[in-house]
Ligand binder design. Sequence first.
Ligand SMILES: Nc1ncnc2c1ncn2[C@@H]1O[C@H](COP(=O)(O)OP(=O)(O)O)[C@@H](O)[C@H]1O
Ligand SMILES: [Mg+2]
Length: 387
Amino acid sequence: MCISNKIGPPVEGDDFFGRGKEIRNANRLLDRNHSLLLSAPRRIGKSSLAKRLIEEKQNQGWKCVYIDLEETTTEDGFLRLVVEAFKKNGIWKQLTEGMSKGLASVLDRIEKVSFGGIDFDIRIREEQEDLYKNLKELIKHDEDTLIVVDELTLFLGILNKRENGAEKVAFILNWLRSLRQVSKTKVRWLFCGSVGLRNFTSAMNLGYTINDLTEFGLDELTREEAIGLLTGLCKSEDMEMSENLVYYTLDKLHWNIPYFIQLIFSKLVEMYDGAISKESIDAAYNRLCSENFLNTWSERLSEYREYEAPARQILKSLSTQPAGMERNAMLDILMTGQGAAKIEEVDYTLSKVLEMLENDGYILKKDSIRAFRSPLLRDYWFNKFVQ
Ligand SMILES: Nc1ncnc2c1ncn2[C@@H]1O[C@H](COP(=O)(O)OP(=O)(O)O)[C@@H](O)[C@H]1O
Ligand SMILES: [Mg+2]
């Protein structure tokens, strides 16, 4: 079997490439009973890595669960996903003789939920607390288990905007924390998110609910891995690509996240006429910049709400300055047309915007200079919004 060109969804099995160091590191931490927090920009490869870890841990005999919170926007939905995923993977206890009536009745309701039957009624506060408490006691804490919760912050962010949102968010985070605090538990958690959970919780004074998690980073591939991925993709399509051209492509991308390598490769395949040259690589790259593949990077700025407009101003200017810009030059841009009295406010906005753009992988700070992290993204931005 060999790798195939996949663009967008998480990759699994033979399509997963590299990440050796990160996997070893994660395994080591999980084996030592750590629960992990993986925060990285979208499309870096978080979900793929999480799924690979699940594969490895399953092979070692662990029970594993993958819950994708991108699939829900309500608390009911959250509960349903958790209950069903735990049921499917044997995380809940079985009915036993000595079990209390409360637990037995919750188990009964779990059966109904997973057959598409009745929902839990969590509108009444006491019932809800009771239910979550019972669910906690139903988890088998004595078996090696890995539970991946993907896109937690995205979900909490949506919940937060609902009626009593802050309270709901606090409740869920505290519940998840209480599950990790069960004495001698062998259940480990991996929370993935493209929106920083640390920023989110600290802004809501809920930092304490995640301070037991070990931070885990993910960035571009190592040079060797990037070479291996591109070479492997070429092999899978029987395409010849010399070592020098592989280097040329990776240098051109500069930020070697697997997604961008997969993207440019898909263009090379489309245009392939028996040989790859520098010219065809340039043409593939230019096509990526001028087509819509990178639109999500623009669209998701709408999540910045009041910071969207200044973020766009900054990115637009940066797209014209490959060498990057000093902070003061960016402040000048945001101050254009504003009275001098506004400077403090605008300065704060700039700090906020720069932090968000850095966290989300748009830009990089080196010494006092900020620049686009990826030339591909910069050229796309220039094409789309300046030229
Ligand atoms: N280890 C990997 N090997 C090959 N391709 C990958 C790998 N990780 C990510 N990708 C590429 O990136 C895309 C997005 O990966 P994904 O795991 O969904 O990222 P995230 O969860 O961070 O948004 C995939 O569709 C694939 O093209
Ligand atoms: Mg993902």
